[in-house]
Design a protein around this ligand. Structure first.
Ligand code: GLN
Length: 483
């Protein structure tokens, strides 16, 4: 039963082959048995899951239907869940029980999804390896000595190991697409504003976006359908109608113009990944797509710009954690300044402290123009590059990551080495564009992802291309040994 996708679960529940309660029990037992190897969950919510499953079964018995009704999922532990610990992977929020549900959580619960638990993540979503979590590193089910990617590494590892069919993630600079690539999943970062950020603990507010992680594009369509939509509580939410994503899966790719940026195939890319990307291009050509070389000339500036803007916003967002209002408070403070200093010094881990310092520096009066303002200008140039490219093509295709999953600890002494792994993903966040990563093959037994980018609000087009590709390839069906 644990091999079923969301789409198959929906059919099985509709055909009364099994109940949501039965399925939930099977998956909870599987998590108890296998997750100790992976560390993909921070909290399990067994009681909530069983009551939601029973309620979903009752709704089906009453004639209700819906692709998510009774479907087991998990939430990255930065989505607020009422009365349940919402830790953001940090000691700072280890004792924090959210007083309300994030919009995404509430919407999925209303659609009948069953929450099995909260998944592990890099502290405050800062990282590309899921090694900065206060709750310990997550392991990649494809090789337990390797990282699963980050920051949504817990969601990725759990879904890849068939502990559950799908989970939510968030993507500020690649945290849905990169762990999806490194664990053989399909993951989609929606257009900025498509999915509400209300109740999603902020890292960098102008870049953060929640989205689905699953094994197939078909399942991402189902989960995104439940997540997307306007929310008056999020001032950057966009009031655009939500299309039927599942209905868009079967469009023909005949004549689809796919742009492949020449800058993507630079020296930093593992040549074995380059070859797999070229194979995926050939596959899409067979399905009728037309390939065109394009250029994104400002891509080389994306990492420096991102690693100014994201920490700048983080330093501002994280100022609310002061030991007074939320979360961790140090023991026996001697005065207010001591309370602030020690609560933050003891509550935040080293990567979060590094980013707060970088961000505060970039925003300080003397350096604002040189760093923050400059980075914002680069952001605009990157957006303009994409706008020009999308005048010529419908989709942009390239690798999701320059390398496959690295060994645990391999990049710990050099944070910049880890930052460079984000080179292909962060541009979509800087421009606010939707992006999807899907399985494209293996290097040394480790999964490789191909990334597709589309114009604003064209999530349906991304899902369509990925679904057609998955009808003709079987990379996404491969299961890690031992799971
Ligand atoms: N790796 C990037 C960072 O550390 C992106 C993280 C994310 O998307 N949340 O900032």
């Amino acid at each position: 039963m644990h091999q079923l996708t969301l789409a198959e679960i929906a059919r099985g529940l509709a055909d009364k082959k099994f109940s949501s309660e039965e399925l939930t029990k099977v998956l909870l037992a599987r998590i108890a048995q296998l997750d100790p190897q992976l560390n993909s969950f921070i909290s399990l919510t067994e009681d909530l899951a069983l009551s939601q499953a029973k309620a979903a079964d009752a709704r089906r018995a009453n004639g209700e239907s819906g692709a998510l009704l009774g479907a087991p999922i998990a939430h990255k532990d930065l989505f607020c869940t009422q009365g349940i610990r919402t830790s953001c992977g940090s000691k700072m929020l280890d004792n924090f029980k959210a007083p309300y549900d994030a919009t995404v959580v509430a919407k999925l619960a209303a659609a009948g999804a069953v929450t099995l638990g909260k998944t592990n993540m890099d502290e405050f979503a800062m990282g590309s390896a899921n090694e900065s979590s206060y709750y310990g590193a997550v392991k990649n089910p494809w090789n337990l000595e390797h990282v699963p990617g980050g920051s949504s590494g817990g969601s990725a590892a759990a879904v890849a190991a068939r502990l559950l069919p799908a989970a939510t993630g968030t993507d500020t600079g690649g945290s849905i697409r990169q762990p999806a690539a490194l664990t053989n999943l399909t993951g989609l970062k929606p257009t900025y504003g498509r999915v509400s950020r209300w109740g999603m603990i902020a890292y960098a507010s102008s870049l953060d976006q929640g989205g689905p992680m699953a094994r197939t594009a078909e399942d991402c369509a189902i989960l995104l359908q439940g997540m997307a939509g306007f929310d008056a509580n999020d001032s950057t939410s966009i009031d655009e109608p939500v299309p039927d994503y599942s209905a868009s899966l079967n469009g023909s790719l005949q004549g689809l113009r796919i742009g492949v940026p020449k800058e993507y195939f630079s020296a930093g890319l593992d040549p074995r990944i380059a070859e797999l990307i070229h194979n995926s291009v050939k596959e899409l050509e067979k399905l009728g797509a037309v390939i065109k070389e394009i250029s994104l000339p400002n891509m080389q500036h994306a990492i420096p710009a991102y690693y100014v803007i994201a920490p700048a916003e983080a330093s501002s967002n994280l100022s609310r954690f002061d030991g007074v209002r939320f979360g961790y408070r140090c023991e026996n403070p001697v005065n207010l300044i001591d309370l602030y200093k020690r609560s933050r010094g003891e509550g935040f881990g080293p990567e979060v402290q590094r980013r707060i310092m970088v961000g505060a520096y970039a925003l300080s009066a003397g350096y604002y123009d040189a760093y923050y303002l400059k980075a914002q200008k680069i952001r605009r140039l990157i957006k303009n590059d994409f706008m020009a490219a999308f005048n010529e093509v419908d989709i942009i295709l390239g690798p999701t990551t320059p390398n496959p999953a690295w060994k645990l600890g391999a990049k710990n002494s050099d944070p910049v080495a880890a930052y460079l792994e984000d080179v292909y993903t962060i541009t979509a966040n800087l421009a606010g564009l939707p992006g999807l990563s899907m399985p494209a093959g293996f290097v040394d037994g480790l999964p490789v992802g191909v990334q597709l980018l589309a114009p604003y609000f064209q999530e349906g087009r991304l899902l369509n291309v990925a679904h057609q590709y998955q009808l003709h390839t079987d990379w996404h069906t491969r299961t890690p040994t031992g799971f």
